[in-house]
Design a protein around this ligand. Sequence first.
Ligand code: NAD
Length: 260
Amino acid sequence: TLKGKVALVTGSTSGIGLGIARALAAQGATIALNGLGEPVAIEKIRSELAAEFGVSVSFVGGDLTRTEAVEAMIRSVEQAHGSLDILVNNAGMQHVSPIEDFPPEKYDLIVALNLSATFHAIRLAVPGMKTRGWGRIINIASAHALVASPFKSAYVATKHAVLGLTKTVALEVAECGITVNAICPGYVLTPLVEKQIPDTAKARGMTEEQVIRDVLLAAQATKKFVEVDELGALAVFLCSDGARSMTGTALPVDGAWTAH
Ligand code: NAD
């Protein structure tokens, strides 16, 4: 059980982040949600999560491509709940384009969100975790932290970088009761993936059906999308006492994609 622990999941108004927030709430953790979206839709997610699992759930917004927003988010969670014990860096974005056409401003945003926000959130959460002698940091990287695909230069670069960050911080906090790990999902059918299907079809001159079969699921040997509850289950395990020596790792959940 995670009763008494406070978990912040960035980008938890949708997709994988919401799935992980649900799994941690089911274990009794207090949840701080973050992400973009319509206030009414976010309040619905917040109140339903609290009611379903009988836990305290707050929401702290902010565009995490801005360092000040990351700082305000961490401060706000620690003030609202008294601590921050589990940090899940999940917010991320993708852009699909050949490198010579890649919009520089998209590159900057992807670096800011996928990499820098993770760096800053960890930087600010570690002192409290050290004081309490317990912490769990889970970075949602990707199979694209281990292997590449064409037309995703910014994304693949940042996800590889997140692994470097994961390993480095794991070494720094290893004696403090804090573990730092990266989960590397294969394809999960979330809005992030749905949005890239038309662009990938265009970049490769394929139909959308061909993109799903011959690109997205080509290497995923299970021929199935990974589902968010599988990532929630792994996050719960990483937060458990049984995972206390598991740190500095990259854990693929990818239907054997990276086994090729
Ligand atoms: P999603 O688009 O469904 O959700 C992304 C979340 O991040 C949303 O809550 C969104 O509001 C939030 N977000 C986006 N920009 C933000 C910003 N500037 N500031 C704060 N929050 C912001 O995507 P997803 O598929 O659930 O992806 C979640 C994470 O999982 C990402 O880091 C992604 O790279 C990673 N991932 C996804 C897949 C996949 O197949 N879906 C595979 C591997 C890794």
